[in-house]
Design a protein around this ligand. Structure first.
Ligand code: BDP
Length: 596
């Protein structure tokens, strides 16, 4: 799916701003067809933002079910004759949209975009009512999963992941125009022969006018360096400037559809970087060079806005990544906003891109401590074939959205799922196949949980890279870093016996900023530092370890119905307002010198 953009043939308009908003705990809106008229007694809600923390209202914060958003849109009058598309960058977790009285879109999956052709329903120059119902319920057939129960307080959402279930229109909503005959998709893959870049491309054109395709490659300053005709093929770039970690050099493919006379019918600009990614033995190679991942598992999370997209925060976070010497991060535990990947491309930051499959493990329930009644993870009544299809669709949408980002080097198809049972193996095998089929150019993995250690995990052998989350010295061997070091060293040595590279995708300790102790005590800044140092000694003794992502970049909000979190998860190296804890200085020192 192409991005809203501005070119000689395309325009786009963000519909962000203050929208009308109504909470619908009883689910009346769908029965009463609230899209047919102006919402009654609305409050005001910013888009993009999670709605949960915007107003002072526990009903809103803990709401389970539908919410209604409505705004008036004006279609630019210059769009007469154009194809007009309405696009949502995301709606968490499921949505239906109407333009005036017509249903135009329906989508499930809270972190990937969807769009719909509204050309026949709107009049350029006129105003239309846009209504969206967004539902935040998670059940066994959603990704991520959850359970909705009835309690004395009303409906309550339980979920198995350790971050607050923020919901709403987290990202931009757009109108965009294209010509009727248009470029519908562009896929770029890159390779290299000596100093020549090999750019494979495929362009999908839709619409009635016959057209030929021309692709012109421009370098970063806009100079044409190569061109080719045809809807698919390979174009060569002499003396190619590679996209490198730390140096995000980007070319642009100017993709054009031409009519019989050679006039441009449609043009789209696709940025890309030329780089290769390969797993060889226990190495992860970018452009043939071993790469060591230094960075974090992150979250889209901040005060007030929740998971709402925020350019200011994003740019600041990348500045902090640069300051601390990080070269990569994982989009734990869901696809982030498009703008984040654009920025990573530009900054040369490497991304492990994760689908929103988190909490497919009833052995863990909102953190490492199980709470509430237990269910089997995989069963006809819980995570089943239907869930697997939903999971497949989430992978399809992720790959379709992010395939052209040079920053994305590895797909993560789940975080900490149950992986030590036959059922888990049966569930995951087709998902690995699908991901490889969709994108043969990138390695695929999943993130292993400590409940499925080496020798027990049945899914790891399907992965190209081993990604391990381990909390030795925190959830186990708490306050005993010596025993933790020994046990961790043993487990890691066993994993290193597999012929695969290992990335430690999570290690971390909750830390209350400003809590200092003379000797390291859990929750103190000294303990977080000592814990990280212990982990680093273990990693440095195992050559198969090719990456370390601390959990987490910053403190973040979690389920408030849990006694194991005080005001959220405090494993951040930065506080929730992005101030460094003592550990940040330690990491900065290590990462500024560590290359392998
Ligand atoms: C892991 C999860 C992560 C949690 C973390 C923790 O992958 O989402 O936040 O542990 O407990 O289980 O802090």
């Amino acid at each position: 799916m192409l991005r809203p953009t501005e070119t000689a043939t395309r325009e786009s308009k963000r519909l962000d701003g203050i929208w009308d908003f109504v909470l619908d705990p009883e689910g009346r809106g769908r029965r009463e067809q609230w899209w047919q008229a102006a919402l009654e007694a609305p409050v005001q809600m910013p888009v993009p933002a999670s709605y949960n923390d915007i107003l002072v209202d526990t009903g809103l914060k803990d709401h389970v079910g539908d919410v209604w958003y409505q705004t008036t849109i004006r279609v630019p009058r210059g769009w007469t004759g154009e194809r007009i598309v309405l696009r949502f960058d995301s709606a968490t977790h499921a949505a239906v949209a109407w333009v005036d009285g017509h249903q135009v879109a329906e989508h499930a999956g809270g972190y990937t975009p969807f769009e719909t052709d509204v050309t026949d329903l709107v009049v350029p120059g006129s105003e239309h009512r846009l209504t969206v119902v967004v539902n935040n319920e998670l059940n066994w057939q959603t990704i991520p999963p959850g359970i909705v129960t009835d309690t004395a307080r009303g409906r309550s959402q339980r979920y198995f992941h350790d971050f607050f279930n923020y919901a709403g229109l987290h990202r931009s909503v757009w109108l965009r125009s294209t010509p009727q005959t248009r470029i519908e998709d562009v896929t770029i893959t890159t390779d290299r022969r000596g100093t020549t870049g090999l750019v494979g491309y495929a362009v999908l054109v839709e619409g009635s006018a016959a057209g030929s395709v021309r692709v012109v490659i421009e370098d970063e300053v806009g100079t044409e360096v190569a061109s080719v005709t045809g809807a698919s093929g390979t174009v060569e770039i002499e003396n190619v400037h590679l996209w490198q970690p730390g140096q995000g050099y980007l070319y642009q493919a100017r993709v054009e559809v031409l009519d019989g006379e050679g006039s441009v019918i449609d043009v789209y600009r696709q940025p890309f970087g030329v780089r290769t990614v390969e797993v060889r033995g226990q190495e992860f190679l970018i452009n043939g060079e071993p790469f060591y991942f230094k960075g974090f598992g992150m979250h889209e999370d901040q005060a007030v806005r929740g998971k709402g997209r925020d350019d200011a925060l994003m740019v600041h976070e990348f500045a902090l990544l640069d300051w601390i010497g990080a070269n990569s991060f994982r989009t734990s535990h869901y696809p982030y906003a498009d703008e984040v990947y654009d920025f990573a491309d530009r900054q040369g930051i490497v991304v492990i891109d994760e689908v929103a499959a988190v909490g497919l493990n009833t052995g863990i329930d909102g953190g490492m401590f199980g709470m509430g009644p237990k269910h089997p993870t995989f069963s006809p009544q819980t995570i089943n074939d239907v869930t697997q299809e939903v999971h497949k669709q989430a992978i399809r949408e992720l790959v379709a959205r992010d395939k052209n980002h040079p920053s994305v080097v590895l797909w993560s198809i789940a975080n900490e799922p149950e992986s030590d049972t036959d059922a888990s193996r049966r569930y995951f095998e087709p998902l690995f196949e699908l991901t490889r089929e969709l994108d043969p150019s990138r390695p695929v993995g999943f993130v292993n949980v400590m409940l499925a250690p080496h020798g027990k995990c049945q899914v790891s052998e399907l992965a190209d890279v081993l990604m391990l989350n381990r909390y030795y010295g925190w959830y186990v061997h708490t306050d005993d870093l010596e025993s933790a070091e020994e046990a961790w060293g043993e487990e890691l040595a066993a994993w290193a016996g597999e012929n695969k590279p290992i990335i430690i995708t999570e290690y971390g300790a909750d830390t209350v900023t400003g809590l200092h102790t003379t000797v390291p005590v859990p929750y103190s800044e000294e303990y977080q530092a000592a814990y990280l140092e212990m982990n680093h000694r273990v990693f440095d003794s195992v050559p198969a370890v090719i990456g370390e992502h601390v959990w987490n970049f910053a403190d973040f909000a979690t389920n408030t119905r849990s006694i194991i979190r005080v005001d959220g998860n405090k494993k951040g190296v930065f506080t929730r307002d992005r101030r460094p804890k003592a550990a940040a200085h330690l990491l900065r020192k290590r990462w500024s010198t560590k290359n392998s």
